[in-house]
Design a protein. Structure first.
Length: 377
């Protein structure tokens, strides 16, 4: 494994923000700002070998692959363009992408470029983790959610019919280039879903950031560029800190899963057709807050602030009658945080004070789910 990443010496021409993810003797930069895709000289420096596979999907490739093509000249490159959607985050697609690397004759110094949202990023990263037991990859996130969350931290993988992200690997990117110009084409619903993962970071461990989000909710909902870039940078910095302290989720990193035990169950139960990941996380955070209240850990006032902020940002706060509470609980039993057959959930003591709680009473979870299913969406 190479230790010092020469990327730490490279600076894009634009007025981008840079946050480093420090992993002991390794580190990589997350660049955030406009024009990064077209700044080919910069990201091209990260590619060490001759072979490149651009991993994208049928929506994003026509929009953004032409922007990066010039930077690939002189390399032996190909693209793997998957169908669009969470339902395609499967092993079958990983096998196809690995086949594309094989056809290229990709060697160990090959690089995968993830050009897209979180689905593409998780799958491109997993492809890179699998090929010859691990090659380089670069994240070029094109959704807000991918910029603030999935492109950073090295969680990669795919879904199984039994549940979300059940198979994967920790495999860190070599660099992240979050070109905020690409958000111009992002549909409004997808944009709002990304804001949920911003709120999550603040709700877990940064009450000052949470208040800042409350003060800037209207501007963020309207995609005002200055507060948006500030919000992206603050969330990335927060996540980078957590990942630096606990890269492989032995402890603190599990907190980044606030709302996800519920959220993943909602996504799976709806066959990825009902709630987007960010929306499911928004609902899941409210459920976690309600459960925390019921267990005597937190006040209703904190749940109220969380609900209000999510609603201001245009996010859902209740699941609707998607599936019976028992079905959702059954899906939650396969969550990766659970131990010894017992639910381990991220709950909170209030805004900015999340914690991992083992052995959570299933009857209490069922009660919260049942009440939420009957509440208006
Ligand atoms: N690895 C992690 O740490 C991590 C963190 C959070 C989420 N995730 C995963 O990320 C996934 C969700 O990611 P997502 O919300 O980005 O969804 P996504 O990747 O499905 O992208 C959302 C939609 O927007 C489209 N799109 C993307 N960029 C666009 C652009 N610039 N213009 C127009 N359309 C564009 C996509 O084609 C897709 O239809 C889930 O699978 C989730 O599990 C992973
Ligand atoms: O980076 C992390 O750690 C996270 O938990 C970030 C989450 O937002 C993300 O959805 C992640 O994919 C969930 O991971 P999982 O381990 O619950 O599958
Ligand atoms: Zn998430």
């Amino acid at each position: 494994m190479s230790h010092e990443n020469p990327m730490s010496q490279i600076t894009p021409a634009s007025t981008s923000r840079r946050i480093d993810v420090e992993l002991g003797s390794r580190r990589y930069p997350v660049w955030i700002g406009p024009g990064l895709m077209s700044d080919t000289a910069t990201w091209r420096e990260t590619i060490r070998g001759r072979h490149v596979l651009v991993f994208s999907n049928r929506t994003i490739a026509p929009l953004y692959l032409p922007k990066i093509e010039a930077g690939l000249s002189g390399l032996s490159w190909d693209s793997y363009v998957m169908d669009d959607g969470e339902a395609y985050k499967t092993f079958a697609n990983i096998e196809q992408a690995l086949g594309a690397l094989a056809r290229m004759g990709a060697t160990r110094d090959a690089c995968v470029i993830a050009l897209g949202g979180g689905v593409v990023g998780d799958m491109a990263g997993f492809t890179a983790a699998c090929w010859m037991r691990g090659i380089d990859f670069i994240q070029m996130p094109t959704t807000l959610l991918a910029m603030v969350d999935s492109s950073v931290g090295g969680k990669t993988g795919v879904n199984l019919p039994a549940g979300k992200n059940l198979v994967g690997a920790f495999h860190q990117p070599r660099a992240v280039f979050a070109d905020t110009d690409s958000l111009a084409t992002l549909p409004a619903r997808e944009y709002r879903a990304g804001l949920a993962e911003v709120v999550k970071g603040a709700a877990i461990g940064d009450p000052v950031f949470f208040s800042w989000l409350e003060d800037h909710a209207e501007a963020l909902a309207a995609r005002d560029p200055a507060p948006l870039i500030e919000a992206i940078a603050r969330k990335v910095a927060y996540k980078a800190g957590v990942v630096a302290r606990d890269e492989t989720e032995q402890g603190e990193r599990a907190l980044l899963n606030l709302g996800h035990s519920f959220g993943h169950a909602l996504e799976t139960a709806g066959h990825y057709q009902t709630w987007l990941h960010g929306e499911a996380v928004a609902i899941g955070m409210v459920l976690a807050a309600q459960l925390s209240e019921q267990l005597g850990m937190a006040d209703a006032a904190d749940t109220g602030r969380l609900r209000r902020l999510l609603l201001q940002l245009g996010l859902p706060v209740a699941p609707g009658a998607l599936a019976p509470a028992e079905t959702l609980l059954q899906l939650m039993r396969l969550d990766k945080k659970n131990l010894a057959g017992k639910l381990r959930l991220i709950l909170w003591d209030g805004i900015g004070r999340a914690r991992l709680v083992p052995g959570v009473d299933e009857a209490a979870v069922l009660g919260v789910l049942q009440a939420a299913i009957n509440a208006p969406v």
